[in-house]
Design a protein around this ligand. Structure first.
Ligand code: MG
Length: 218
């Protein structure tokens, strides 16, 4: 079973659900030509998709177009259902840097057929994740600079202030569908700038005040 930890703490969390949020930054919706959703676009990645700091991404041979998506990750520490926005942050134990890797060619094919596209998001190593920084060390999760470099070149740059749904709104909305449990991880969507990664690429994601994540492509 996959475990995650909080920096400076001996406590570990067995990973439960990994819930991704799609289309949460307007510029990213525009770059993919998608519509602005009325309801949050929610999908799950299996815990087997996790890749820890320093690991190597393995792009499946059935895809030729794997995209990086840099995202702020939330770690649920306190369970809840129908959580109110006012108390949402109290359910979090930590924040981390994550990549929501996406097989864009497979996703587009499945989308065009009206089929679920989760398999384009859930392959092994599709969720690189840094260790978590304790939630009480992050004063405002809705105002954090994000930056992703590939081979030293900036590909994605944004701020969580650009999210269409705040961290509190995301937790409240997801918890109307799913009970959130300790060890669940939420990926909050990606800013603009997604693009293809290929074998040999070195990726470095940073989120101000949260941490950094370095992985390579096998
Ligand atoms: Mg994403």
């Amino acid at each position: 079973m996959h475990q995650v930890k909080i920096i400076g703490s001996t406590k570990t969390y067995p990973v439960g659900k990994i819930i991704g949020l799609g289309r949460n930054y307007l510029e990213h919706i525009r770059e993919l030509g998608n519509k602005v959703p009325e309801r949050a676009v929610i999908f799950c990645k299996p815990a087997s998709s996790l890749l820890h700091e320093g690991g190597a991404i393995k792009i499946p041979e059935y895809s030729n177009d794997c995209h990086h998506e840099l995202e702020l990750a939330l770690l649920v520490g306190k369970p809840g259902k129908n959580i109110r926005e006012e108390s949402a942050l109290a359910h979090l134990s930590g924040y981390a840097v994550a990549l929501d890797l996406t097989l864009r060619d497979l996703q587009s094919e499945l989308k065009s057929k009206g089929l679920p596209w989760e398999v384009a998001k859930g392959f092994d190593t599709s969720c690189p994740l840094s260790d978590f920084t304790a939630a009480d060390r992050v004063s405002d999760p809705n105002n954090l600079e994000l930056c992703l470099k590939v081979n030293g070149e900036i590909r994605q740059q944004g701020n969580t202030a650009q999210m269409m749904r705040s961290v509190e709104e995301i937790i409240a909305e997801i918890s109307t569908f799913y009970t959130l449990e300790a060890g669940d991880i939420i990926l909050t969507g990606t800013p603009a700038g997604v693009s293809r990664i290929i074998s040999g690429d070195q990726l470095e994601g940073t989120i101000e005040g949260v941490g950094s994540l370095q992985v390579s492509v096998a």
